[in-house]
Every structure is written in C-alpha cells, then in structure tokens.
Design a protein around this ligand. Structure first.
Ligand code: SF4
Length: 74
C-alpha cells in the first residue's frame, strides 16, 4: 500500500496524537501544530508499507480531521 500524506494546519488542534503515534512521519511544527517531516518528503510525501497502515489508522483517530491521507496504491 502507498498513501499520500498531508496535514491541514488550519484544522489541526495541536492534540499531539499523530506525532506521538507515528513520529516517523509527523512532527510538532513548534507550536503543537502537526506537519509532515521533511525527512520523509514533507507535505504530499508518499509513505509505503506498514508505515502507511499506521498513517491510515492515525488519520481515522485525528479528532479534527486535519490529517489528509489519500490511498494512491492498494
Ligand atoms: S492528530 Fe490531528 S489534531 Fe492532533 S496534532 Fe495531529 S493533525 Fe493535529
């Protein structure tokens, strides 16, 4: 599986869940608001495999709908 990951920072409520659960992909931008790490390619990065599954799970758990995750390959 491959997913394309983005964070809508206008919706993020800085709950910290995504970067606590999937620190390989998300990080605190400095004020609690999440962002996709530059190391993985930043906003719009493609994430594969087991990590992609975890991204999908945390996307469902984000309380504000700020994690924008698109499955690009099943
Ligand atoms: S889980 Fe959602 S609301 Fe919480 S920090 Fe991540 S993007 Fe923001």
């Amino acid at each position: 599986m491959k997913v394309k990951v983005q964070v809508d920072q206008d919706l993020c409520t800085a709950c910290a869940l995504c970067y606590d659960e999937v620190p390989e992909v998300y990080e605190d931008a400095g004020d609690g608001i999440a962002r996709v790490k530059e190391e993985v390619g930043g906003d719009g990065a493609i994430i594969e495999g087991e990590l992609a599954q975890r991204v999908l799970e945390v996307t469902d758990e984000c309380p504000s709908g700020a994690l924008v995750t698109e499955v690009v390959e099943e």
